[in-house]
Design a protein around this ligand. Structure first.
Ligand SMILES: [Zn+2]
Length: 113
């Protein structure tokens, strides 16, 4: 999929953040992956290793966090976590729609030294 381009973008973000903090080394990177983003952890981890090889982020530990998709019910105005194959509101039973959360994949935080 689009993991290669995505990983490149995340790496440059990590490196510019690290530079701002005058870091010598990036030790840990926390990445949030939306369950609807279609992004595969293993691919990101692999591309990251390759792309970061000659940078201060080489060998950084990657930690992935799954970001749940959420639904919004226009009928009663509630927001709730999406269950597989279920678009019905747990409160009023109305048909809900996706909020857009859970589609993204981004760097949540980094640790440097
Ligand atoms: Zn509802």
């Amino acid at each position: 999929m689009h993991e290669l381009a995505l990983t490149g973008k995340m790496l440059s973000l990590v490196l510019s953040e690290a530079e701002k903090h005058q870091a010598r080394k990036v030790t840990k990177i926390k990445i949030s992956i939306g369950e609807l983003s279609g992004v595969i952890e293993e691919c990101v981890a692999y591309y990251f290793q390759v792309a970061a090889r000659d940078t201060i982020a080489a060998g950084a530990e990657l930690e992935f966090a799954k970001c749940r998709a959420t639904l919004f019910c226009p009928n009663c105005g509630r927001k709730f976590a999406k269950k597989p194959r279920d678009f019905n509101c747990p409160v009023c039973g109305g048909l809900s729609r996706l909020t857009g959360e859970g589609r993204e994949c981004f760097v949540e935080s980094i640790e440097v030294e």
